[in-house]
Each structure stands twice: as C-alpha cells, then as structure tokens.
Design a protein around this ligand. Structure first.
Ligand SMILES: Cc1cc2nc3c(=O)[nH]c(=O)nc-3n(C[C@H](O)[C@H](O)[C@H](O)COP(=O)(O)OP(=O)(O)OC[C@H]3O[C@@H](n4cnc5c(N)ncnc54)[C@H](O)[C@@H]3O)c2cc1C
Length: 437
C-alpha cells in the first residue's frame, strides 16, 4: 500500500523543480517532521532548533545563496531521504515476517552480560554493551549515540562514544528531541545508534547516494513510541522541584528496570518519578504528530533493533515493577545476526531465542499503532494535512482486518488534528504530580 497526497496547495513530492526550502517547509508545516536531522546531512544550509512547542525542526538559511541546479539537487536528495516525506520498507529477503514488527532474520531475549551495563541500560543494556564492545574490540573507532548535554543536562545531544565510560554515560533512553543521524557518515566507519526514523533516514540516504547498504556503517536502533516535547521534560522537572535550567543531572530511566525519571538541581534538590508517572502520565502524552503516524516504531531499518521485554500481568498487560532488565533483540539483516552471534560468543550478551508472538502481547502501543495506521493517515488527510508516502508496510491488509478500529482512529485523528495543539505546561504537571502522590 502506498500513501500520498494532501491538499495544502503546495507542490507535491513529484515536483522536479521544487526548491529545498519549500520541500523542507512542506514536511514541517504538515506535522510530518520527526526532527531526525537527516536534512542537515543533505545540505549545509539546513540547521535544526527547538521550535516553540519544544520539538527539533529544520530551517534552510535564506542568506546562503546556491545556484538553482544545486538547490534542486538538494531538494531531490532531501525528498529521497526524509522519512517525513516518504518511507519504503526495506526489500532485501528476510525469513520471518510479523504484522507488528515487520520482517526480520532472528530474535532473542537478551541482556548485557556485564551487570553494571545491564543495570545502567534502559532495558538491559544491550545497546550499551554492543557499543562498548564495538569500540573496545577495535571493530569501530566510535559509535554515534545520544546523551545528556554536559552543559545543560536537561537537554539531549548527539555524542560520539569511544570508550566503555562514554557508552555508560550515554546509557538509558532520553525521552526528548535529539537528532543523532546528524552525526552519521554513509561512507564512514562509525555505527549509528538512533531511533527508528533516524536509521530509516540513514538507510534512505545510503540508497539515494548509491552507497551499498552492506558497505555502510552498522545501524543499531530500538523500539520507539515517539519523541516527547522538550517542554514536557522541563515541566516535569519543574513539577518535581527542579527548574530545568538549574539541573545538574537528568535521567529518564535506566539504573534499574525500568528505573525512574530523576532530576537533581544545583542546590542539591532532587526529584524523582516512576516510569509509569513520567512516561505514562506525562512525557508519553506530549508526542509530535509524525510519531503518531509512524509505520515503523520497532526499527525495521536497523541491522539490530532492541526493545523492552516487559513481563505481563494475568491480563497480558506489561508490568513496570523494578526488576533485572530484559530486552528483545531483533536481527533484521544477516550482518545484524552475525554481530549478535559474535557478541554472544564473546560473552558480551546473554541471549536465548524467542518468538516475537510473545513480544507482541507486551508491546500494545506498537501493535495498535500499526493496526490502525491507515485510519490515522485518513484522519490526517481529512483534516487537510499532507501525509508521508509509505510503501511496503501492509497497511491496507491490516486495516481490512481491523476495520472498525481504523474508522475510530480516522475520526479521532481528524478531530485531534483540527484541535489547537497544547503541550502540557508546568502547572498541569504540578497538578498531576500532586494528584498522583
Ligand atoms: C523516544 C523513545 C521511545 C521509546 N519507546 C519504546 C517503546 O515503545 N517500546 C519499548 O519497548 N521501548 C521503548 N523505548 C526504550 C528502548 O526500547 C530501549 O532503549 C531499548 O530497549 C534499548 O535498551 P538498552 O538497555 O539496550 O539501551 P541502552 O543500553 O540504555 O542504550 C540506549 C542507547 O540509545 C541511545 N539513545 C537514548 N535516547 C535516545 C534518543 N532519544 N534518540 C536517539 N538515541 C537515543 C543512547 O545513545 C544509547 O546508546 C523508547 C526509547 C526512546 C528514547
């Protein structure tokens, strides 16, 4: 199923004479930008900043003149790379297919063998263990990831990991905007750790530049429900007694599983909220639009993708009690499988094969978002928004199997798309944290 079109009166993706600024603005204006930052790789005229809603958004420098041919070439490259403009599922052969997780080679339940790494990691430190091993074994000089900003710890920035210490400092999910793919070099040696949209942008950039995927750096990714606004981090920190600009450290989770949101201020004030409170009641309610219409929240474009292997209660719902971390690790490609197997053999990961049917039950958001995606896209169109062009995700077949859920999703999405956007402010967060305590 391929999706396309819209009616905002601007040139469509097929326009061959479109300029870069117009192409970028079209994605942003329609709520299709995920803030991945790949556009900054396409042209040095692009920079990304937080917008007033607290999401990373690109702009094209107007004072930096380029000739028309260059401008059109950059616009074409942008349209082939940007996952807010188009996204096509990878076509290489893979033995297994799952309606929720897409195509894959092999899956395991796994955790970092090093207990310090397992404890520090978001779910079980698998990505930190792999990053550490890649750099310490000399397989890669560095790994691109994301971490708390040393100068403004409430912010998140792309980093280059070159040692175990740096990998540990970058461990743990950061539920805030950051564009790690900006540090990606298709012909370089550094593997990329990034959200599914970031590794998709990297794969599409390879394709657009004619770089064979097998010759490009390894892509490590994780399951992603979506990127919350930076304002949501700020209002939660303030509600916990620490204004974000006074924070000397801010973690979202990790240091246990799932671990807690924890912020410490300059004067020693510390505030903490459980994962259920911080993600479930606050951060996860302030996501950008592109994430709500994401066709690939489980990293089909990575070589390896990692998610939480939550335990389930008697109703099959995930249990978020603190425990020793456990991850599902999915090899999407043969080179991904070879890397996981080498990491197991080297004693870096502990793993046992798992069926993704067991994982589907404890990832309800990922399952529902895919099942109702066609309805959500229809709702966006009905609200007058352009939508990205998606190909190869089987959305029509899923919608046919879940017809009434898709009709509800279409109606709800249209209504929410037409409502004025509102990111929860500090006062709401204070009220919510007080009501919950
Ligand atoms: C925005 C977001 C949404 C998520 N949604 C889900 C979900 O729906 N289901 C689920 O099971 N799990 C979700 N996770 C958690 C994710 O699955 C775990 O991070 C994953 O299980 C890997 O665990 P780990 O212990 O191996 O990672 P770790 O060893 O802790 O390593 C995490 C790595 O991710 C990188 N990283 C952290 N935050 C970001 C970021 N914002 N952008 C780019 N790179 C980053 C770090 O550099 C680090 O290398 C989400 C994480 C994020 C950041």
């Amino acid at each position: 199923m391929s999706t396309s079109s819209g009616r905002d009166g601007h040139p469509g993706p097929s326009a061959t004479n479109e300029r870069l600024a117009g192409a970028v603005a079209r994605v942003v204006r329609n709520g299709n930008c995920s803030g991945c930052g790949a556009c900054a790789l396409v042209s040095s005229r692009v920079s990304l900043d937080l917008d007033e809603d607290g999401f990373l958004r690109p702009s094209v420098a107007a004072d930096c003149a380029v000739d028309a041919a260059t401008d059109r070439r950059e616009a074409r490259l942008f349209r082939r790379t940007c996952p807010g403009d188009r996204l096509a599922a990878p076509r290489d052969p893979r033995p297994h297919d799952s309606a929720t997780f897409g195509r894959y080679v092999q899956a395991w339940e796994a955790w970092a063998a090093d207990p310090e790494v397992r404890f520090a990691g978001s779910s079980a430190g698998a990505l930190t263990a792999l990053s550490t091993w890649l750099v310490e074994s000399g397989r890669a000089p560095s790994v691109v990831g994301a971490a708390s900003d040393a100068e403004r710890p409430a912010r998140t920035v792309p980093v280059r990991i070159t040692s175990r210490q740096e990998a540990l400092a970058a461990a743990g999910s950061r539920y805030a905007p950051v564009g790690t793919v900006a540090g990606y070099d298709p012909s370089g040696p550094a593997p990329l750790v990034g959200k599914p949209c970031e590794v998709s942008a990297a794969r599409q950039l390879n394709e657009a530049l004619g770089v064979p995927d097998a010759a490009s750096p390894i892509r490590l990714t994780f399951f992603c429900a979506g990127t919350p606004s930076q304002r949501a981090t700020e209002s939660l920190a303030a509600a916990l007694g620490v204004p974000a600009d006074q924070a000397v450290s801010l973690r979202y989770r990790g240091n246990g599983w799932p671990g807690e949101f924890r912020v410490v201020g300059r004067d020693g004030t510390a505030g903490a909220a459980s994962y259920e409170e911080s993600w479930g009641r606050h951060l996860g309610r302030n996501l950008q639009w592109r994430c709500k219409i994401c066709p690939d929240g489980t990293g089909g474009d990575g070589d390896i993708s990692v998610g939480d292997f939550w335990r389930a209660d008697e109703n099959g719902y995930p249990v978020f009690d603190d425990a020793d971390g456990s991850s599902v690790v999915i090899a999407r490609t043969e080179r991904g499988r070879a890397l996981v197997e080498a990491a197991i053999a080297a004693g870096v990961l502990v793993a046992r094969p798992v069926s993704l049917d067991a994982v589907e039950a404890i990832q309800p958001l990922q399952r529902t978002r895919r099942e109702t995606l066609l309805g959500r896209l229809a709702g966006r169109l009905a609200a007058g928004r352009r939508i990205p062009r998606y190909r190869g995700y089987g959305l029509l077949a899923l919608a046919a199997r879940h017809l009434s859920a898709n009709l509800r999703a279409a109606r709800g999405t249209r209504k929410r798309s037409l409502a004025p956007r509102r990111t929860e402010g500090a006062a709401d967060a204070v009220a919510r944290v007080r009501a919950d305590s």
